[in-house]
Every structure is written in structure tokens, then in C-alpha cells.
Design a protein around this ligand. Structure first.
Ligand code: HSE
Length: 433
């Protein structure tokens, strides 16, 4: 007897959409053996059917109308890979209301409007799966949701933007400046269509919101996260960090403060010890450390972007969602239960790296130290290299643990001093144990 068909309506045939189509075709028999269903893409919605593509678009399946995926009763599941928020929201909502399961890789959609969509999914008894939204090919969503179900998650710390990790790696290892490294990442197809979201930290922040929601059942509003990108990291920061025994990585930090129950979520370029395992994660790879109260520390590593790794996650979701087609079950990936409030950004505490470009004259360092002292911020160490311009000198200060709000105020004051020539660069220093 032939296996029952599972019909997929695919929205988007960009890098990932094309990979999903290609790899479902490639492993169709394997998937059938393992799932008991014959998974086929039966319709593909694209904006422009005439565009040149690396994977051939089968003309007989194409529509340029997204509604065709939703109104076609034979389609069991909509796979949303169009990106963006508003059109994607309308598509996912309509698909759920028309009784279809949904798979999406759209982190911005989930971070901004996930809470609304999960309510719609529950009301309609249809699931939403979204493994590909976080860390490309690494099965981190399913891990946190299912494999670590017996744990209170204490922290999740990760490198979850491949483009930024690629750029920082090339700056560190090949001495490229930031624009050159960004161009390389774009040429290789790692960056989003608009790389701003990668380099300004928001791609990672959207993923962090999703990981926080699964770990703590707490949808942290996007305006309550401290998000900084890598645009202002210079080669000299990487070199100073190396001299001090650190590497610079764009890190997402999600952690529970057990006493208060507050959830800390932030994304920023951070100094981490050069011997720490996350410092060895290079190029477009992602890695995520999850600390659970039962399991202890676990590490997940793999390709965080790219056509094949990301489509591997989408296909796994299709297989999972396929099991729920006959059952009226709106769960999909859901949060475990609400227990936490976001920790205000100002109250997040870490050590810091501060670089200022200052006039090279007596008294400047003392003035900077005075502002820090008045704000009760301790100085751990100071570097001022002797070989610098005649007029300005970089001064690097490593600062002791302090609340971010206090440090930010002090840096604003320092930035307005007449002896300071550029906006100071402030990076977090993470104590990862
Ligand atoms: N552009 C993302 C990254 C991949 O560089 O990690 C998709 O989230």
C-alpha cells in the first residue's frame, strides 16, 4: 500500500525555500520510510516567477498569489519562508484558520508577534513549528522544548548569528577591516537580504527572544532587550582583547536570576576568555551553551546559516507537524509555562571593556578615572600603548562588575569631555566559568 500523501504549500523559494524543495526531493524515500508519509511540495508561492534561480522552480507548481496556499483544501501544511513580518503574519494566521499546520523559519515574525500567533494556533487546534528560526541547522528548539523538559533552564549563552561570527573571525584571523569582512559574508550568502539585521544584533536578538520564551515561558518585549551589534568593533579592539587574553564574539545571553525570578536577555559583542570553548567557534558556525539544573552544562554546535543546514531543520519540522495532521493539536513548539519577568536592561551586571580615543595630554586618564570612581565603577586594568599618534591616544580600561545603567551613564559623561575625540567603545566582558 502506498504511503498517504502529505501536501506542502511552500511560501518563498529563496535560499532556504529552494533548499527545502531540493532536499525533500532528494530524500523523499528516506522520509517516507521514517515518517510513513509521502511528503511532497504541491504548490510554491513566489513574488517573481521569472527570476533566475540556482534550484529550478517547477513551473507547474508555481503561483504568485500567497492566498492560493491557504485556499487550496488539498494542502495540509504551509511552510512560510518569505521573511518579513506583516505579510508573513497574515499568511500564517490564514493558514492556521484554514486548518493547516504551519512551519516557519521566521524569527522576526515570532519574536515580534509570536504570542498572537500561538493563541491563534491553539484556538484552531493546529501546530506551529519553527526549528529553523534559531541557529540554522542546530536542533536547539527541539532540544530545549523536549530533550531538556526535566530541567529548569538556568542559562542559555550562544553565538547565534553566523554572519557576525564570520565577520569577527575574518577580522581576527585575516586582519580584514569590518566593511571587507561584511562584503565577504554577503558574497557567501550568509547575511540576511538586508544585512543590517545581522550586524546590528537584531537577528540574534529575535532568536534570543524565542529561546527565552521556550526556556522561561516569558515573551520578552523586544524593546526591553539590550541589543548592540558589531558595527563599531574595530581591529584594534580585537587586538587589545587578544593582549588581555580574550576573544570578541557577538553573544546572546539569556539567564534566570533565581532569587528574583527575573529573566535577563541581551545581545552584544563580548569579550570571552580565549580558552573558553565558545572562543573556538569560528566562521559561520553557531554554538549554544545550555545550563540546566539537572543536566548541567550542554553544548550544541553546527552551521547557523546556509541553504542545506537550515532546510534540514525545516524538513524535521515538516515531519513532526505531519504527525499532527490527523490529530487536532495546536501545540507544536510551545512554552513550558510562565515564570518570569524581564530584568530591566539597566540592572544587568557584567564586567566591561572600554576604549576611548583621548587627547594625549597630562590629566586625561585621571579625569576618566574620576568619572568612573564617582559612579563607583572599579577599574581592573588599564592599557595605553606608547606607539600611537602624536595627538590622540587609545586608552583601554577593563572595568569591574557594575550595573549596565550606571556604566552607560558614566560613559555618556566621559564621551562629552573635551579631551575625548570619538564616541567611546563599550563591550561586555563575560565570565563564562
Ligand atoms: N543571517 C543569519 C545568520 C542566518 O547569519 O546567522 C539566518 O538566521
Amino acid at each position: 500500500m502506498s504511503a498517504p500523501l502529505l501536501k506542502i504549500g511552500l511560501a518563498g523559494f529563496g535560499n532556504v525555500g529552494a533548499g527545502v524543495f531540493k532536499n525533500i526531493e532528494k530524500n523523499r524515500h528516506l522520509l517516507q520510510e521514517r515518517t510513513g508519509q509521502d511528503i511532497v511540495v504541491s504548490k510554491i508561492a513566489v513574488r517573481d516567477a521569472s527570476k533566475a534561480r540556482t534550484v529550478e522552480l517547477p513551473a507547474e507548481l508555481v503561483t504568485t498569489n500567497l492566498d492560493d496556499l491557504v485556499t487550496d483544501d488539498s494542502i495540509d501544511m504551509v511552510v512560510e519562508l518569505i521573511g518579513g513580518i506583516d505579510r508573513a503574519f497574515e499568511l500564517v494566521k490564514a493558514a492556521l484558520e484554514n486548518g493547516k499546520a504551519v512551519v516557519t523559519g521566521n524569527k522576526a515574525l515570532l519574536a515580534e508577534r509570536g504570542q498572537e500567533l500561538f493563541a491563534i494556533a491553539e484556538a484552531n487546534g493546529r501546530p506551529i513549528y519553527y526549528e529553523a528560526a534559531v541557529a540554522g541547522g542546530i536542533p536547539i528548539i527541539k532540544t530545549v522544548q523536549e530533550s531538556l523538559i526535566g530541567n529548569h533552564i538556568q542559562s542559555v549563552v550562544g553565538i547565534i548569528n553566523g554572519t557576525c561570527n564570520y565577520i569577527l573571525t575574518r577580522m581576527t584571523e585575516a586582519g580584514l577591516d569590518y566593511p571587507e569582512a561584511l562584503q565577504e559574508a554577503m558574497n557567501l550568502g550568509y547575511a540576511e537580504a538586508d544585512p543590517t539585521l545581522d550586524v546590528n544584533g537584531w537577528d540574534a536578538a529575535h532568536k534570543a527572544v524565542i529561546l527565552a520564551s521556550l526556556s522561561y515561558g516569558c515573551w520578552v518585549p523586544c524593546d526591553q532587550i539590550n541589543v548592540e551589534g558589531i558595527e563599531r568593533v574595530r581591529i584594534e579592539d580585537i587586538e587589545f582583547a587578544q593582549k588581555l587574553g580574550y576573544a570578541i564574539k557577538l553573544l546572546a545571553v539569556i539567564q534566570l536570576h533565581e532569587k528574583s525570578g527575573a529573566i535577563e536577555v541581551r545581545v552584544q559583542p563580548s569579550l570571552i576568555g580565549e580558552d573558553h570553548i565558545l572562543a573556538s567557534v569560528k566562521g559561520v558556525f553557531n554554538a549554544i551553551l545550555v545550563q540546566g539544573d539537572v543536566v548541567g552544562e550542554t553544548l550544541f554546535y553546527g552551521s547557523g546559516a546556509g541553504q542545506d543546514p537550515t532546510s534540514s531543520s525545516v524538513i524535521a519540522d515538516i515531519a513532526d507537524a505531519g504527525e499532527k495532521i490527523e490529530v487536532k493539536d495546536g501545540s507544536g513548539f510551545v512554552t513550558h509555562g510562565l515564570y518570569g519577568e524581564p530584568l530591566p536592561i539597566e540592572e544587568t551586571v557584567s564586567k566591561y571593556y572600554l576604549r576611548v580615543e583621548a587627547e594625549d595630554r597630562p590629566g586625561v586618564l585621571a579625569r576618566i578615572a574620576t568619572v568612573l570612581g564617582e559612579n563607583e565603577i572599579g577599574i581592573l586594568s588599564v592599557i595605553q600603548p606608547e606607539d600611537h599618534d602624536e595627538e590622540t591616544a587609545p586608552i583601554v580600561l577593563m572595568l569591574h562588575y557594575a550595573p549596565f545603567g550606571v556604566v552607560r551613564n558614566a560613559i555618556e559623561t566621559i564621551g562629552t569631555m573635551d579631551c575625548i575625540r570619538e564616541e567611546p567603545v563599550l563591550l561586555r566582558v563575560e565570565d563564562l566559568g
